[in-house]
Design a protein around this ligand. Structure first.
Ligand SMILES: [Fe+2]
Length: 442
């Protein structure tokens, strides 16, 4: 949503469209499998799909019906079941969860009431109501769980009824492999984006020395060279905890890959395919991204470097909402919204490139950065500490830019995602960077 919408009718339309789009996707993700698949746990890392479904409804009830509209709890006895902090994912299958039909009915009833609230809300008078923040937050929350459910579908064994056309193949990218981002200050984060979350705030200045960053994400072909060069068996490239992870789990390739008949294959949403060489690499942990970068004589970009490459316009010396400017994403600019079930080949989307020519910063694959997830100067937790505050520290690494699995409502140039550095089931890839020497910046 653009930062300038303040007309209540326009806000209402935006919020309505975002909520409807999220529910359409939730329906798709929970009707494309048989009912027993909804209640099964497909990985200890994930909830049963039916938990996500009722949790989506429960959070909507908490924030839109109770917090914004002051309503009483519809079913207070289920709140604890769907509190993500009360029960870790591994425990959720053993809880007395609502059955699929009941979960659907509950989420639909909450939604009906929430749309009534939306019709009468004044969009002002409290931080939750201002600019429809609570509605934007809930639409983002549902889309984020939709992404989580898509990960569950990728982890499931067996076929899936999920389909989507592949990205249109464009002309092969022939541009430079890296670009120089000049040194100097830039504005990181936002104080004006109305639906930005607490961890993206406030806008503040950062001084970033000059650096080079890859024009595109690292591809499967690039990554295969690292594997073929013995990358997984050479301790030199690995952070100590990453080396322990590789040895302890006998890792030799990204998650879902296997070697057969002299070629790399991968399981991708229920089918096995040859690993596509031109696609950005997917399903690598932070440790693998970090090791690849070291092997390549480079490093991961820091979070501030990534954001400067994605948002700073040297001509106007200001930070934009997206690499291409301030307008919302379009299918020509970025691979978002589960429109496709895979990233587009590296170098795609010339219309979405940054002023310096960096491509695919938004969409395609989440990009690991070298940075720990930390608060910005002046951070203030909103609307509750468990949103971001309790995750700050050294346990999580920041990922940026969204992926094909991310809806545009939950993807901005300022948006921050975080996860443990060992995680590989997420739609994660990376690009690399290097310091610029004095001679190169002259
Ligand atoms: Fe949640």
């Amino acid at each position: 949503m653009t930062g300038t919408v303040s007309d209540p009718d326009a806000l209402r339309q935006r919020a309505l469209a975002a909520l409807l789009a999220a529910r359409e996707r939730t329906s798709l993700l929970t009707t494309c499998v048989e009912e027993p698949e909804l209640t099964a746990q497909h990985s200890p890392l994930m909830s049963p799909l039916v938990w996500d479904l009722a949790h989506i409804g429960n959070q909507e009830e908490l924030w839109l019906l109770r917090a914004v509209a002051g309503r009483d709890a519809m079913r207070p006895e289920i709140d604890g079941l769907y509190d993500a902090f009360e029960h870790p994912r591994s425990e959720r299958p053993s809880l007395p969860l609502l059955a699929p039909a009941e979960a659907r009915g509950y989420a639909a009833e909450v939604r009906g009431r929430a749309l009534d609230v939306l019709q009468s809300t004044p969009f002002r008078g409290s931080p939750l109501a201002d600019a429809g923040f609570a509605f934007g937050m809930i639409a983002q929350h549902e889309q984020q769980h939709d992404e989580t459910m898509l990960i569950t579908h990728q982890l499931r064994s067996g076929p899936t009824a999920l389909t989507a056309p592949d990205p249109e193949p464009g002309p092969r990218f022939t541009g430079p492999s890296e670009v120089l981002v000049p040194g100097g200050p830039f504005t990181m984060g936002t104080s004006t984006e109305p639906w930005a979350l607490d961890n993206e705030r406030p806008a503040h200045h950062r001084l970033v020395p000059p650096f080079f960053i890859d024009t595109t994400p690292v591809t499967n072909a690039d990554y295969q060279r690292f594997i073929a060069d013995g990358g997984y068996t050479d301790q030199r490239w690995w952070a100590p905890a990453g080396w322990d992870m590789v040895r302890g789990n006998e890792l030799s390739a990204p998650l879902f890959w296997r070697r057969e008949g002299g070629q790399w294959l991968r399981r991708h949403f229920g089918t096995v395919e040859a690993v596509p060489p031109d696609e950005p690499v997917l399903h690598v942990s932070w440790y693998e991204a970090d090791a690849y970068a070291r092997w390549a004589g480079r490093r991961l970009p820091s979070e501030e470097e990534w954001e400067k490459a994605a948002r700073h316009d040297p001509a106007s010396d200001r930070s934009m909402r997206y690499p291409w400017g301030d307008t919302d994403p379009t299918p020509e600019r970025a691979n978002l919204g589960q429109r496709h079930l895979r990233p587009a080949p590296a170098g795609s989307y010339p219309a979405g490139e940054s002023p310096l020519g960096v491509r695919q910063l938004i969409g395609d694959v989440w990009e690991w950065t070298s940075s720990d997830f930390l608060p910005y100067p002046g951070f203030s937790a909103f609307p509750y500490r468990e949103y971001s505050d309790v995750f700050f520290g050294g346990d999580y690494k920041v990922l940026r830019g969204g992926a094909f699995s991310v809806d545009e409502v939950a993807c901005r140039g300022t948006f921050r995602n975080w996860d443990h550095p060992v995680r590989r089931q997420i739609f994660s890839g990376f690009r690399t960077a290097r310091d610029a020497g004095p001679a190169e910046t002259a």
